[in-house]
Every structure is written in structure tokens, then in C-alpha cells.
Write a protein that binds this ligand. Structure first.
Ligand SMILES: [Zn+2]
Length: 299
């Protein structure tokens, strides 16, 4: 009993004062039914500012940059946010020839170096870092040699699939209940945050400075201020991504091939956790299909 009280106390004490940074992948993304790319960026910036987020990091796929959307990256910079490298072609390191993969990182780098506020962090597309040590290590060595750090995440989730469901419903001409959608987005992301924080508490004995994976999508543009408000209401603090990457886990690079659930999960795996315990239920298309259906988000 005394042990249980201690455990409870520990959980309560460790459940306050956590920190998290916001990152947005795949910028600049295309126009959708709801927003042109430009409208989306504008809304995202407005909402990040409204929520007084200290900084956000946009992981850019340079192959998606064109004459029209080029200025959106400068808009992020003008707002005080930062850019980082998410490759030129968004290939998976698990399925691409290493030489070709490295050349693709270099191509993105040469484009991004021209932008102010660029930070040499590389986020692996799909968080795939290579299926074998033979493919994984040359990429790690290359990044090291070129002054890059891994722009890892600690909170993985399926925000991209929730956005996909919204886009599909809009195309099908369905009515969207945005209030329900907002709650669902926030709740699902909050569950992901606490899921990985809990693994961190059990594995590291502390809560690290977290990095939340999001995408530069319509859901983020619509609901980021509400999400931030919700996170803060749980006594968490929003920090800048650059601060998040000063956490000791930034230099704890576990020797595992299981990297696509983020850094905390990779560290846990290296300490003997089972993969099934490191993946959240909501990181699943069928799970989200059913959830959206049961909550009647679309009509
Ligand atoms: Zn991506």
C-alpha cells in the first residue's frame, strides 16, 4: 500500500511541468478543398502567434517548392519561425539506394541554405532511418559529417490520416462538424503525448523536452491554437524546438532499427520493450476510421 501511494505521488509529481515543442512536416503542402496553401500558411501563422508559441519548426520538402509557394516559407521566417531539412523528394530510407538518398538530402540542403532561419536538422521522411545497419549508418555518418543533427520526434501520431479523412469528406461533399473534429484532433493528440511521456517516465525516469510531430495541414491551421491552449491547461509548457533538441536524449542515439515511432520509443526498444507496447492504438487507419464514424464528424 505504501508503495502504491509512493507510486501515485511520483506519478502526480512527474505529471506537471512537462515541456513540448511544435514541428510541422512536409511544408509547403498543396492547396486543398478548404484552403489554398497560402491561406493555410496565413492561418497557421496567425494561430501560432495568437497562442504565443515561442517558435515552431517547419520541416521542408524542397521538391515541393515552386514559384507560387516559395513566399510561404519566407512568411514563416518573417513570423520568427525556423526551417529545417525533410529531404528533396521525401523518399524512405528503408527503400532507397543510399547514394541516391544522400544526394537527395544534399539537394535539399543546397536549397535551404539560402533561407534565413534555416537550422541544420534532418527529419527522415516517414521517420524511416534504414532497415539495416548497413543502410542506417552511412546516413547517420553523412549527417554527422555535414553538421546535421537528427530532427527526431518524441510524439508520433496519425495527424496526417485525420487530415486525409477531412479532405476525403470534403471531396465527397459531406458536412463537417468542426467542433467535434476539433475535440477529436485535440484528444487524439493529447493521448499520443501522454502515451509517449509515460514511456519516457518509465524508461528515462523523467519527462524529456518533447518534440511533437505535426504536419503543415489544414487541421493544424484550424486547431493549433486550441491544441496549445489544451496542452497548457494540463500544466505543460510550449518550448521552442531548438530548446527541445538540447535535451540529453538528443545525443542518446540508440543502436536499434526501430526508429519510426520516434526517439523515446527507440530508447525504450533498446532497453527491451516490445514493439507492440510502443505503438498507440490511434496510430492506425482502421482505428481512426471507426472513431470518426462513431463520433459522427461528417454527415
Ligand atoms: Zn514527411
Amino acid at each position: 500500500m505504501r508503495y502504491l501511494i509512493f507510486l501515485l505521488l511520483f506519478t502526480v509529481l512527474s505529471a506537471s511541468g512537462q515541456e513540448i515543442a511544435l514541428t510541422f512536416d512536409d511544408a509547403p503542402r498543396n492547396d486543398t478543398q478548404l484552403f489554398s496553401g497560402q491561406e493555410r500558411s496565413k492561418k497557421l501563422i496567425e494561430n501560432l502567434k495568437k497562442a504565443q508559441v515561442p517558435d515552431a519548426l517547419f520541416f521542408v520538402v524542397t521538391g515541393q517548392i515552386n514559384k507560387q509557394n516559395h513566399t510561404r516559407l519566407n512568411d514563416y521566417i518573417a513570423a520568427g519561425f525556423h526551417l529545417a531539412n525533410h529531404s528533396h523528394s521525401h523518399w524512405s530510407a528503408d527503400r532507397t539506394d543510399t547514394e541516391k538518398y544522400l544526394a537527395d538530402i544534399a539537394k535539399a540542403d543546397s536549397i535551404l541554405q539560402k533561407f534565413e532561419n534555416f537550422i541544420p536538422l534532418f527529419r527522415y521522411p516517414y521517420l524511416h532511418e534504414g532497415k539495416t545497419r548497413e543502410t542506417r549508418d552511412p546516413i547517420r555518418n553523412y549527417l554527422d559529417k555535414h553538421g546535421y543533427n537528427n530532427g527526431y520526434v518524441t510524439i508520433d501520431n496519425y495527424d496526417w490520416y485525420m487530415d486525409h479523412l477531412l479532405q476525403r469528406a470534403l471531396k465527397e461533399g459531406k458536412q463537417v462538424n468542426y467542433e467535434i473534429l476539433k475535440d477529436l484532433y485535440i484528444n487524439t493528440l493529447w493521448q499520443a503525448i501522454t502515451f509517449y511521456d509515460d514511456i519516457a517516465l518509465k524508461t528515462l525516469g523523467r519527462s524529456p523536452k518533447h518534440v511533437l510531430l505535426l504536419h503543415e495541414n489544414d487541421l493544424a491551421a484550424l486547431f493549433i491554437a486550441d491544441l496549445v491552449k489544451y496542452i497548457r491547461a494540463q500544466s505543460w509548457k510550449i518550448i521552442s524546438p531548438q530548446e527541445a533538441y538540447t535535451d540529453p536524449i538528443a545525443s542518446t542515439i540508440p543502436d536499434v532499427l526501430f526508429n519510426n515511432q520516434g526517439r523515446v520509443a527507440a530508447i525504450a526498444k533498446s532497453e527491451g520493450w516490445k514493439i507492440k507496447d510502443l505503438i498507440l492504438d490511434s496510430e492506425d487507419e482502421k482505428y481512426l476510421d471507426d472513431l470518426f464514424e462513431s463520433k459522427k464528424v461528417f454527415r
